[in-house]
Design a protein around this ligand. Structure first.
Ligand code: HQG
Length: 188
């Protein structure tokens, strides 16, 4: 179909336009983040890509984090989470597991321990059920550290959580009192 390198190049570009800068290729996301795949393919082909429905389907299906999803009728496509543009994903709130994890860089930990986890430029704070995933997320920013989030206690106190279609836990903010810095001896 396409090489793994090309698959990743397309996936990175889809993340850019479906999460952050749709206007960079002249598309507009609807209020829930969706866009017509035919228009997306057309516009990407004007911006250095060789896209078709088959290639888009392949990238969506093989993406390692299942970052993109079609609606049921496959007439629309969007990123399942990670947006900085202001859209409403429309996920139902859900009770989280007892503990969730957030991976970040060591250099951010002092600030996080002062003000809690903020969503920064994105629409939500991203949390995972899996420590390994949190470590890989943290590594994107530098030497990784992991925060344990007392998500069950937060939920009991009235905080709202969402589970994205690709199984990332989302919330607005995590105050310091629900955070515990752990796993500081991560190698690599
Ligand atoms: C940090 C990837 C200082 C936060 C991943 C993080 C994820 C603070 C950075 C998704 C802070 C924001 C999101 C505070 C938070 N002081 N630093 N008070 N509060 N931070 O990239 O969670 O591969 O916006 O710890 O898998 O790293 O793109 O968020 O380090 O699910 O699909 O500010 O992106 O998914 O960084 O990553 P980001 P993130 P994809």
């Amino acid at each position: 179909m396409i090489s793994e390198k090309e698959n990743q190049r397309i996936s990175k570009f889809l993340s850019l336009v479906l999460r952050h800068q749709p206007e960079s290729i002249g598309i507009r996301l609807d209020e829930n983040g969706w866009v017509d795949p035919e228009l997306l393919i057309f516009k990407m082909n004007q911006h250095g890509f060789n896209m078709s429905f088959e290639i888009l389907d392949y990238v969506v299906a093989t993406n390692n984090k299942k970052r993109f999803a079609y609606n049921e009728s496959r007439t629309l496509i969007r990123a399942s989470q990670g947006h900085s543009v202001n859209i409403e994903l429309g996920y139902e709130s859900k009770k989280p597991p007892a503990i969730l994890y957030h991976g970040t860089a060591e250099r951010f930990s002092e600030s996080i321990l002062k003000t809690g986890l903020d969503k920064q430029s994105r629409q939500h704070v991203h949390l995972s059920i899996d420590v390994e995933i949190a470590i890989s997320v943290g590594k994107r920013h530098g030497k990784p550290v992991i925060f344990e989030v007392a998500s069950e206690a937060m939920f009991a106190d009235g905080f709202v959580f969402y589970l994205s279609e690709n199984k990332v836990w989302l919330t607005d903010h995590v105050p310091v009192k629900y955070l515990k810095l752990g796993f500081t001896e991560i190698k690599g």
